[in-house]
Design a protein around this ligand. Sequence first.
Ligand SMILES: [Fe+2]
Ligand SMILES: [Fe+2]
Length: 193
Amino acid sequence: MLRLALPTDPRWAHAAQMDISEILTDHAWCEQKAASAAISLMVQYPEFPELVSQMAALAREEMEHFQRVHQCILDRGLSLGRERKDPYVHALISFQIKQGSKEHRLRDKLLMAALIEARSCERFRLLSEEIADPSLAGFYRELMASEAGHYTLFISLARDLTGREATDVRWRAWLNYEAGQIQKFQSGKGMHA
Ligand SMILES: [Fe+2]
Ligand SMILES: [Fe+2]
């Protein structure tokens, strides 16, 4: 199911948890971007009622994650830093097809979202195993399960759109591309880069 082409170097979580303030700020903005991306899909594709319903629910859930990460920041006497650019997500966007049918373009957006959820899920697991603070470790374990659910949601929306077989062929191309990108950003201490 959730099988990325290249697992994260386990040293990433060790490096990331050395600076909790930085990882929490980066993470908070990842949640905000996930909510914004869900809203954009609703706005761009109002003719797909299932997509609109699911994205409306997802945007709420991702904003709730943002709120909870923000609370973690405040509880630790830290403050939310400015929004971070995410070069990893930027690199993924460049792999999306620009031509083709509306369904195929939407499918690429859904598969990209599925990949980001899958990678986030993997990294939350690593953080949950590495972080000494038990309440933060538990929070990351909970988020790991939630992102796994989002990954499944995006894959099934994509399959509903263009069929299982054709979707899975494109998914494998995305997996390979993502592996090359994550490798480039492997030394970064943020959620993705
Ligand atoms: Fe989330
Ligand atoms: Fe998510």
